[in-house]
Design a binder for this molecule. Structure first.
Ligand code: GAR
Length: 211
């Protein structure tokens, strides 16, 4: 049984998709044991409570700096024997002190096709604004492992979404979000099944049946 922690800062619709995927048996042998947030008002925390999952709000104001915050977070996740950390709209960049402990075990979802439209400042609605400004015809979703850069870790899977002439940042966000939910649960399933290997920047997903 893999123990999962999901980190959120906002609405938590991706968290919901992961919780549902475990409840309905799409992802087996895994359990979300804690939902963590740096924002007290994050609706994701409420979603967790509604599903009977423990929550942890860690207030950045209670720590000297981001380094101390992430050190504490790593200790808490270690104490809970967490196997996989899923960032789901977690709007904080994890420090090396956390990532060294959970190397290759932290996943993130990004609402565009990385390495385009990623990096610092590229989050939430801003991503879709930049996509429209650039005039690209196709955008999408990326699920990737988190490394020490911003949105630079090995990609697990991507799905494409067409951009139409009528799209606004909001309509695009809505369209992409639907694919995020599908993609995140699919990627997490592969990771839970230990089917994903990492070699430098590249990941390989073993076909099922060859586990
Ligand atoms: C999602 O669109 C996610 O991809 C994005 O924040 C949103 C959170 O929505 N994350 C980033 O932009 C990270 N760079 P949710 O709280 O409803 O899951």
């Amino acid at each position: 049984m893999k123990k999962i922690a999901v980190f959120v800062s906002g609405g938590g619709s991706n968290l919901q998709a992961l919780m549902d995927a475990i409840t309905d048996g799409y992802i087996k042998d895994a359990s979300i044991v804690v939902v963590v947030s740096n924002k007290k008002e994050a609706y994701g925390l409420e979603r967790a409570v509604k599903s009977g999952i423990d929550t942890l709000f860690l207030d950045p104001k209670d720590f000297k700096n981001a380094q101390e915050y992430d050190k504490n977070l790593a200790e808490k996740m270690n104490a809970l024997k967490i196997d996989i950390v899923c960032l789901a709209g977690y709007m904080k960049i994890l420090k090396p002190i956390f990532l060294e402990v959970f190397k290759g075990k932290v996943l993130n979802i990004h609402p565009a096709l990385l390495p385009s439209f990623g990096g610092e400042g590229c989050y939430g609605l801003h991503v879709h604004e930049k996509v429209l400004e650039a005039g690209v015809k196709v955008t999408g979703v990326t699920v990737h492992f988190v490394d020490e850069g911003a949105d630079t870790g090995p990609i697990i899977l991507q799905k494409t979404v067409e951009v139409s002439d009528e799209d606004t940042p909001e309509s695009l966000q809505k369209k992409v979000l639907k694919y995020e939910h599908e993609s995140y649960k699919e990627a997490l399933k592969y990771v839970v099944q230990d089917r994903v290997s990492i070699n430098g920047k590249k990941t390989y997903i073993k076909p099922s049946g060859k586990i």
